[in-house]
Write a protein that binds this ligand. Sequence first.
Ligand code: MLT
Length: 313
Amino acid sequence: LATLAFAVGAQDYPGSKPITAVVPFAAGGPTDKVAREIALIMGKHLNTTIVIENTGGAGGTIGARKVVQARNDGYTILIHHIGMATAPALYRNLGFDPLKDLEMVGEIADVPMLLLGSKALPPKTFKDLLPYVKTNAASISLANAGIGSASHLCGLLLQSALKQELVTVPYKGTAPALTDLMGGQVNLMCDQTTNVAGQVKSGAIQSYAAMQGKRIDAFKDIPTAAEQGLPGIEVKIWHAMYAPKGTPKPVVDKLSAALQAAVADPGFRAKMAELGAEAVPPARATPASLQKHVAAEISKWSPVIKAAGVYAD
Ligand code: MLT
């Protein structure tokens, strides 16, 4: 009878009850920006409100674990990024398996990364930054959002390419980190364009390089690291949506249908493009596609992380 009752409930899902979307980083940051944009449009398709709840810490794993442990009634979901795929290699006591302990809803958007510096940092070009870092590594601080964050992963790739370890300063998200970068309290940061587009355009921070193989369309004037003598850095931050394990399939399907409509929404696609990001095609906003993607990304990044010899716990 309970199953029947829930099945009926699933048909009426979500009704007028708001849905909580956990964002595992501080408000105002790049993940939060993607989350608020997609939540607004999905809410319209679902005739309800999706409320963002920021739960930062430990590179996104605290917020992710919160959703793993949440009620599987469809009223708590998770919006997270590539950190879902790097955490298994970084956290030996992660406490959950992304592929088994969550329901996949679908992907949302891809976001490129830039290497940024405070205006106070003497090198004004990437070419001058490289020797400067080698000489001053012990006193150069590199901000990130904790082990397992996108900024941490990009920082790992940068330090491996430089063969130089910098002083890491962790934050609960790259929004607070950006404040310190602008204030000169921290020297460098790899961050997603969705967070720094305004500051890069206004010149409030220095942008040294695009951290991928080709220049970023919305930031064509920023050369890639490879173009400036540091090849091999290629990182793109994909964002996706999940629900607690056991969330009824009709509910997951409704969430995914609303997500597919939202990523196809011209307003969402334009907003992402304006911020240097790219909404995924609806075919990637499905549970089956996300399951394959997460598995592939775990396989891709685990050896890179193990080679770097970095663990969070
Ligand atoms: C954020 O939203 O603060 C970022 O995703 C943090 C990060 O992963 O670097």
